[in-house]
Design a protein around this ligand. Sequence first.
Ligand code: TMP
Length: 214
Amino acid sequence: MSNSLKGRFITVEGGEGAGKSSNLDYIRNLLSSAGKQVVFTREPGGTPLGEAIRDLLLGHQHTGMADDTELLLMFAARAEHLQQKIKPALQQGQWVLCDRFTDASYAYQGAGRGLASDRIASLEQFVQGELRPDLTLLLDLPVEQGLARAGQRSEPDRFEKQEMSFFEKVRAGYLEIAAREPHRVKIIDASKPLETVQQQIDHVVTAFLEQSGG
Ligand code: TMP
């Protein structure tokens, strides 16, 4: 277990159009049905200050934002989120289910923007200390398929406006993390129909619940 607190910390990652929202609801129900008290949150965001930072990051007022600024804002929101919400919940034995976390910084700002991963690692250490997610589900699917799905939704945010090549790098970045940390990061094939995706999620979450003592 990578966090020494009482609760468990589960994160969900994936590219655009991977079906994060409906699958997060599904995971939340699985955990609640297993009797866990679940705190459901997201990054960037999760606190009033974090949500204000999210607006700066995803909105279109600062389209020319420097890559370093983007990275630091992600970690500023994360520092607030950890202090105000994630750590207190874990200390009380609650299970935290978070829509994206630091793997997204490695995938988007690292692989996508090309920032050096050792700089991200030093921010990770600075902001999180030893705290890491206990389990991460990576909803993976080909970029083209994801963008086609995402394109059917509302007005694109600042990230959704990136080129296809950016998202290819993000996907490769996520898969590299999963290859390096197979114990923590479980790849879910999100290109499959919803029912098959949910079966994969069941399998991973059930195994994790068993390993965590029910
Ligand atoms: P989403 O929650 O709708 O997926 O939007 C959040 C966007 O922020 C998404 O495009 C990924 C991006 N992001 C990063 O670039 N770095 C990060 O560390 C996090 C948490 C999100």
